[in-house]
Design a protein around this ligand. Structure first.
Ligand code: P1T
Length: 374
């Protein structure tokens, strides 16, 4: 079955009890047992819940994975994945990752004895140079947040296999509609399902997908032990989002292309970051491993003051953190999504503006940016 069909049908058979065409929200914490241990596969909703299982089956299918685990947030998924490691292990991560990921790794997990090295993941040589005997995980975001840099997932997979490390790919920006990292050799895919998968800015969630049975089993244990699970309604919202992922992504990509055309010609814009541009250093790799270039666009203006002015002036582009919803968002990474790393060597430029291009009409979005930039 094709992607669009799997998004609507996998894990989503009519409800056997009632014939409901849509997977019900099984709003229950517990399940009745006939005698201790004799039940229909569900005991307690931290461990498993039918609405969540439906979401996991659908998303696993879209990511070409055998296993998917849903989480309460992208950060909960990340935290649980890193607990596959033990004190003394070393992780290589990109120098341009979501600020919250860096905060979790460096401020929360490093004190527990994990070591992190940040490198420019678009250079395989830099990644090789950072390897240590203790390296057990390579963590890549591609495209990155907020600079939309591109890393070669197959190249990284070769390096990680040789090193005996797990390659984890954050596929939040691309989504499985545009890029399937497991098929390119990654061991794990992580998502903030809050973004394109949910697609309507009305839910916070996360997920991890893998084809490695041992890793899946350990993650299942860890998630149950730690407890960062999504509720039934949140699982249902993400499952509903998946059904329209393909059509939404096509519209996001189309609108982003139109906006990039407008921005590259605008005199107040000094630089546009978008992997679809031929002069983007990762363009060839993106064209090879992605089916299109996504709906995220970053650009720079002359000063921080100008950037703050622009983000405050748009009307259709809401000034807000997050991304991937049907409505367009604009933000200043330095003061907002990446403020937690403002004092670190990985701070982003203060002149940078990030757009999450929605699926409104492109003409209206361009008019909005035109007024804000004038
Ligand atoms: O917000 P949460 O669902 O916990 O996901 C964290 C996360 C993980 N990975 C990437 C690539 C992300 O962009 C995020 C969250 N990012 C934002 C809130 C943002 O505005 O960039």
């Amino acid at each position: 079955m094709k992607f669009e069909t799997r998004a609507i049908h996998v894990g989503q058979e009519p409800d056997p009890a009632t014939g409901a065409a849509i997977v019900p929200i099984y709003q229950t914490s517990t399940y009745v047992q006939e005698e201790p241990g004799k039940h229909k596969g569900f005991e307690y909703s931290r461990t498993s819940n039918p609405t969540r299982v439906a979401l996991e089956a659908a998303l696993a299918s879209l990511e070409d994975a055998n296993h998917c685990l849903a989480f309460a947030s992208g950060m909960a998924a990340e935290d649980t994945i890193v607990r596959l490691l033990k004190p003394g292990d070393h992780v290589i991560l990109g120098d341009d990752v979501y600020g919250g990921t860096r905060r979790l790794f460096e401020k929360v997990l490093a004190p527990f004895g994990l070591e992190f090295t940040s490198v420019d993941m678009s250079s395989l040589d830099e990644v090789k140079g950072a390897l240590k005997p203790e390296t057990r995980m390579i963590w890549v975001e591609t495209p990155t947040n907020p600079y939309l840099r591109i890393a070669d997932i197959s190249g990284l997979a070769e390096i990680s296999k040789q090193a005996g490390a797990l390659l984890v790919a954050d596929n939040t920006f691309a989504t499985p509609y545009l890029q399937r990292p497991l098929s390119l050799g990654a061991d794990l895919v992580v998502h903030s399902t809050t973004k394109y998968l949910g697609g309507h800015s009305d839910v916070v969630g996360g997920a991890a997908c893998t084809n490695n049975d041992e890793v899946a089993e350990r993650l299942f244990f860890l998630r149950n032990a730690i407890g960062g699970v999504p509720g039934p309604f949140d699982s249902w919202l993400v499952l509903r989002g998946l059904k329209t992922l393909a059509v939404r992504m096509r519209a996001h990509c189309e609108n982003a292309r139109r906006i990039v055309e407008f921005l590259t010609e605008h005199p107040s814009v000094s630089k546009v970051w978008y992997p679809g541009l031929e002069d983007h250093p990762g363009h060839a790799t993106a064209a090879r491993q992605m089916d299109d270039f996504g709906g995220m666009v970053s650009f720079e203006v002359a000063s921080k003051e100008e950037a703050l002015g622009v983000v405050s002036k748009t009307k259709l582009f809401f000034l807000a953190e997050s991304l991937g919803g049907v409505e367009s968002l604009i933000e200043h990474p330095g003061e907002m999504t990446h403020a937690s790393i403002a004092e670190s060597p990985f701070a982003v430029s203060e002149n940078l503006i990030r757009l999450s291009v929605g699926i409104e009409h492109a003409d209206d979005l361009i008019d909005d940016l035109k007024s804000a930039l004038s």
